[in-house]
Design a protein around this ligand. Structure first.
Ligand code: FES
Length: 123
């Protein structure tokens, strides 16, 4: 089984919102690189995505930590305002319409939100 890396408690992610984290990913050769991600919540379901707009590859939160549109319904890219579903990561409007945020495999373990399927560097 893949190793689990605890990111936060489930109660730290508000329903219908997105929270960002910058993890350190272990690269081949032993180097570590920052890996910005976001975790969203819809009811009791949690979704993880890389924090990179499929349009230009830049972070979605031009204001750090600000991921949502004005009505707080969708993930929004702060640059060109592409909007993405919070559960599928699919872009339904904007320059990358039809593309998706890169999903991250999450596991909920005893009230913790964990990422798995990647190798993180020691902090
Ligand atoms: S960088 Fe996000 S829509 Fe262009």
């Amino acid at each position: 089984m893949d190793e689990l890396f605890v990111i936060c408690r489930t109660v730290e992610i508000e329903d219908g919102e997105a929270t960002g984290f910058v993890l350190m990913k272990a690269e081949e050769g032993g180097d570590a690189a920052p890996w910005p991600i976001l975790i969203t919540r819809k009811g009791n379901n949690f979704y993880g995505f890389e924090n990179a707009c499929p349009h230009e590859g830049t972070r979605l939160d031009t204001n750090p930590g600000s991921f949502m549109d004005e009505e707080n319904n969708f993930i929004e890219c702060g640059r060109h305002h592409a909007q993405f579903d919070i559960d599928t990561g699919e872009c339904f409007i904007g320059p990358c319409q039809g593309a998706r945020l890169t999903p991250i495999k999450l596991v909920i373990d005893d009230g913790d939100v964990c990422v798995t399927g990647v190798m993180l560097a020691d902090a």
